[in-house]
Design a protein around this ligand. Sequence first.
Ligand code: SF4
Ligand code: SF4
Length: 248
Amino acid sequence: MVTIEKDTTTDQRSAELAVYVDALGAQLYGVASAEMYEEHFPAKPSPRQFVPKARSVVIIGMPFTRGVMTTVLKHELAGLRPKPGEELSGDKVPVRGAERFFLDPENDMLDHEVALIAYKIARYVEGKGYSAMHLPTEKKSDRRFWTAPFYHMPAMYLAGLGTMGLNASIITPEYGPRVWVTSVITDMELRPGRPMTEDVCTSCGLCVENCPVSALDGEGWKDVYKCSAYGCCATCIAICPVGEGAGC
Ligand code: SF4
Ligand code: SF4
């Protein structure tokens, strides 16, 4: 039976949702104000396009396991050999696909796990009498989509979960860039986080130096065409020295 609790205070609602999300097992959790999202990122699709009168964007995420992330930098573990005619220009360039041999199945599991948590949050919020929409985690699952329906990174930043790194990812203090996230947009008013005031990225440059196709310009911009043409190898994620699993 649905319980309507629209008279509870913002802090109460926020605390109750945080407890619920924790029980679901999400290891990364934050809230961004939908209004701030629109104000700071006017070129991105607005939360209000998905939920009229949206007030909050709930971000949840899970970190990659250290064991699998390690394999991104140990191409030999995949046991793959170059195909006839495949050119390797120096030992920095791995056999194509070897970096993702173990990572792809983990991506699938994280995608499923994070999506399920987001779905449960949306059900919870709707059960309280509000509107909610949980977003897909992976924008490239269908090649017909040229742009993301919704951008999670701005919400992560506004929620205070991390700051932009030179690898064009949000770097969290806990896990560096090694997190898989999604968002739930809702008209439930929740207490939003605040952007961090100091950069989490140390500007060490390891991500830029080790990108096999020089897709990172060293100023935080990524050539997504070069990156995806190469297969989004995740080297710039695995090699980042910030957070748990650092220096894999
Ligand atoms: S930018 Fe793309 S190609 Fe370059 S290291 Fe990162 S994931 Fe790999
Ligand atoms: S590898 Fe270094 S420069 Fe790149 S995102 Fe991580 S901390 Fe920043």
